[in-house]
Design a protein around this ligand. Structure first.
Ligand code: GDP
Ligand code: GDP
Length: 436
């Protein structure tokens, strides 16, 4: 199920990214450590009370060379297309501007819930500045201060009221997956080829409220799948769809909704930076991952070509050492019939539970082979471990001191668990916790 989505709109300099960063949950991740990603983060997850949501800063999606007014109109359109609730940000320092009025008009027509925020109201004396904003016709303006973090709680209280009702855990038997990759790697061709296989029965194609299109199908052995749409797959002909920021944002959203992500690479072109960024996000999000090298028909091969390509992938995507790699061609359909099985296998691995007794045997054997590390004369002690979650499999390891569990040791434990169990395709998490 997808999270409810909040989008932020408004003209430049009103404080959109300041507010975005306040609302977005702090999250250190490899993806965001990549230079150029932290700086202009536009998509994140947040939490308020018991609600989890996604948040988009449309101000970060620049639409090429369009004139200023056109850009902010497009951004407002993105918000309308993607969000359940829109935060429209203005500035109490500058008052109502023409650009604010243009945005207000578009939002008003959309009938999406809009919360009008007047930012930079840094102290109570400035609260009278908000009255002129009633003229925008979007109801009560909320005075806030992004830089001081004031008033945002009231805004979020209001925002969550507009979230769609949480659906029941619908069709649990269906495996949700998406194809993620740069433009032209062959995503649409692969989809058509997969759905065109004789043995696949497409049951329906469903347009959801967010204008995304999910396709349901059943494989030969009766397994149900839901294929989640991403931008670039079914082009809707909107200007902003071709911008990189927008397609990355759509890819992240599709990953959030998926159980398993197929990272599509172009066999002819090799690996690019954007491939790594998206794959990193899928890994962080704990999704199952399969690396699919497409256009294999175009690659000149000798006996070592596949092996070399594999080595390159292992090197470039070091943290994805658990992900299976498959070489395919949408054109010749080579190995495409293997994909449903592979996805199903990864999904099973994501849902696997290891009994505590077996898990603890593995851990104790691991400690016997490779003694726990010491730090400043103190040795890590492991008392016991237990699996606390699936999707991804998550293990809590009770220890004397959490800080003594170094990354490399936790990695070693992970490898020992992987040696004993088939966790191909799924990340696993190991969380050290001090025993009380
Ligand atoms: P954006 O272009 O809409 O994303 O705006 P930014 O978040 O980059 O903010 C633009 C400028 O306004 C920056 O210099 C911020 O420090 C400043 N700013 C943001 N929020 C506030 C606020 O609540 N009060 C004041 N005084 N300045 C703010
Ligand atoms: P998307 O942007 O990722 O959806 O990529 P498309 O599916 O639109 O494919 C981009 C181009 O690559 C099209 O011209 C396809 O015909 C071509 N293409 C896709 N897959 C293959 C393949 O496996 N082999 C060959 N030779 N061409 C392919």
């Amino acid at each position: 199920m997808s999270n409810p989505t909040i989008a932020i709109v408004g003209r430049p300099n009103v404080g959109k990214s300041t507010i975005f960063n306040r609302i977005a949950g702090e999250r250190i991740s490899i993806v965001e450590d990549t230079p150029g990603v932290t700086r202009d983060r536009i998509y994140a997850k947040g939490e308020w009370l018991t609600h989890e949501f996604s948040i988009i800063d449309t101000g970060g999606i620049d639409i090429g060379d369009e004139p200023f007014m056109e850009q902010i109109k497009q951004q407002a359109q993105i918000a309308i297309d993607e969000a359940d609730v829109i935060l429209f940000i203005t500035s109490g320092r500058e008052g109502v501007t023409d650009a604010d009025e243009a945005v207000a008009k578009i939002l008003y027509r959309s009938k999406k819930p809009v919360i009008l925020m007047v930012n930079k109201v840094d102290n109570p004396e400035m609260r009278s500045e908000v009255y002129e904003f009633y003229s925008l016709g979007l109801g009560d303006p909320y005075p806030v201060s992004g830089s001081h973090g004031l008033g945002l709680g009231d805004v979020l209280d209001e925002a969550v009221k507009h979230f769609p009702d949480e659906e029941e855990n619908e069709e649990d038997e269906t495996i949700k997956f998406s194809l993620i990759g740069r433009p032209n790697v062959g995503k649409s061709s692969l989809i058509n080829a997969i759905l065109g296989e004789d043995r696949v029965i497409v049951s329906d194609i469903e347009g959801t409220t967010r204008d995304a299109i999910d396709t349901h199908f059943t494989s030969e052995n009766g397994q149900e799948f839901t294929m989640i749409d991403t931008a670039g797959m079914r082009k809707r002909g909107k200007v902003y769809e071709n911008t990189e920021k927008y397609s990355v944002m759509r890819a992240m959203r599709a990953i959030d909704r998926s159980d398993v992500v197929l990272v599509i690479l172009n066999g002819e072109e090799g690996i690019r930076e954007q491939d790594k960024r998206i794959a990193g996000y899928a890994h962080e999000a704990g999704r199952g991952i399969i690396i699919v090298v497409n256009k294999w028909d175009l690659v000149k091969k000798d006996t070592n070509t596949m092996k070399k390509f594999e080595e390159e992938i292992r090197e470039e995507f070091a943290y994805l050492d658990y992900a299976p790699i498959i070489f395919v061609s949408a054109l010749t359909k080579q190995r495409l019939n293997k994909l449903p099985e592979l996805i199903e296998g990864v999904s099973m691995n994501q849902n696997m539970r290891i009994p505590s007794s077996v898990l603890n045997e593995i851990i104790m054997d691991a400690v016997a082979i490779n003694p726990t590390p010491t730090d400043k004369g103190k040795r890590l002690k492991i008392f016991y471990a237990t699996q606390v979650a699936v999707k991804p499999p998550t293990f809590v390891v009770f220890v004397n001191e959490e800080e003594l569990m170094h990354f490399s040791y936790s990695r070693f434990l992970e490898n020992q668990i992987r040696k004993a169990f088939e966790f191909e395709g799924t990340p696993i998490k190991i969380i050290p916790r001090r025993r009380k």
